[in-house]
Design a protein around this ligand. Structure first.
Ligand code: GUN
Length: 296
């Protein structure tokens, strides 16, 4: 059996260490970090995410501000709320839950957020900073994947990393982070000619395509580290719903050196990294060195 990379335990430990950071910010600097989460509409999955974000924000000792808007909200109304949150000193981080209803232009909304408060790392300024090696806020899911990789492998220098998936939320920022950590990086996707061959060359394989069990064990190099970002709901032969990743866990586990399970792998890291980004954003806004506050 390969080593299981326990994201659930790592995220729990990160949240505890962040709660210590928040205590320090309050006691020494008199600052309580605040995170505003905006949900437009009633998408059931988004409602669950938003509830969990609020709960974990409060558990870490931070202030949580939730804004739930009707599905018919106009772009102008949403932009007006973003303006108010940008100007609010109690709000250090702003997250607008995606997807947004059709009448709203996602890019316009994301780019209206003050980049210093963009804890999702989706604003063009933060995307540019990540691509050019600057100090910006980094998207939460790829940041969580990187932390798990560094915890498991230490230095990633020289490793051949293959990212399957090219989304703006995961695939592209993941590739930038791996490159910044001195990996040789390939981004593969649905039109890649020899996807199996590309995957077989990977020391580090990150799967972020959103297709249940798309990557079988015989696409994986012996001893590779596999990070499965997929969270897909499937109906089993017994008629019950369960969550599976983008990697076929059973066949992959027979060859990989280490692998993240689904659930309990990458998933819990996303909110933990959102809390981390909120603490980092707060420090920068207040002129406090994040390196002196954030967990190492
Ligand atoms: N919807 C799915 N994932 C995300 C995420 O990481 N951030 C936001 N804002 N919305 C999402």
């Amino acid at each position: 059996m390969p080593q299981l990379i326990d994201g659930k335990a790592f995220a729990a430990s990160l949240r505890e260490r962040l709660a210590d950071s928040v205590r320090t910010l309050k006691e020494i600097h008199g600052v309580t970090p605040g995170l505003a989460v905006v949900l437009v509409g009633e998408d059931p999955a988004s409602q669950v995410y938003v509830r969990n974000k609020g709960k974990q924000t409060v558990e870490a000792g931070m202030a949580s501000f939730e804004h739930r808007l009707d599905a018919s909200t106009s772009q102008a109304e949403l932009l007006a709320l973003i303006d108010r949150l940008n100007a609010d000193d109690a709000v250090n981080g702003i997250l607008v839950q995606l997807p947004l209803p059709r009448q709203i232009d996602e890019a316009a909304v994301i780019n209206a957020i003050d980049p210093a408060k963009d804890v999702d790392g989706f604003h063009l300024t933060n995307v540019g900073r990540l691509a050019t090696g600057g100090d910006g806020l980094v998207p939460c899911t790829p940041l969580g994947c990187l932390m798990l990789l560094q915890d498991h492998l230490g230095d990633l220098s020289g490793a051949k990393a293959v990212v399957v998936g090219r989304s703006n939320i995961v695939g592209k920022p993941m590739a930038s982070l791996l490159l910044a950590n001195h990996c040789t990086v390939t981004i593969a996707h649905s039109r890649t000619r020899d996807l199996a061959g590309e995957c077989r060359a990977a020391d580090i394989l990150v799967a972020a395509v959103g297709r249940p069990r798309m990557i079988p064990g015989d696409w994986i190099k012996s001893g590779a580290t596999v990070i499965d970002v997929g969270i897909n709901r499937v109906t089993g032969e017994d008629g019950k719903n369960r969550l599976v990743g983008d990697v076929d866990f059973d066949s992959a586990a027979a060859v990989a050196g280490a692998i993240t399970p689904v659930p309990g792998g990458v998933g819990p890291m996303t909110i933990a990294c959102l809390l981390r980004n909120t603490v980092e954003a707060t420090c920068r806004q207040k002129g406090i060195d994040p390196g002196a506050i954030l967990p190492g």
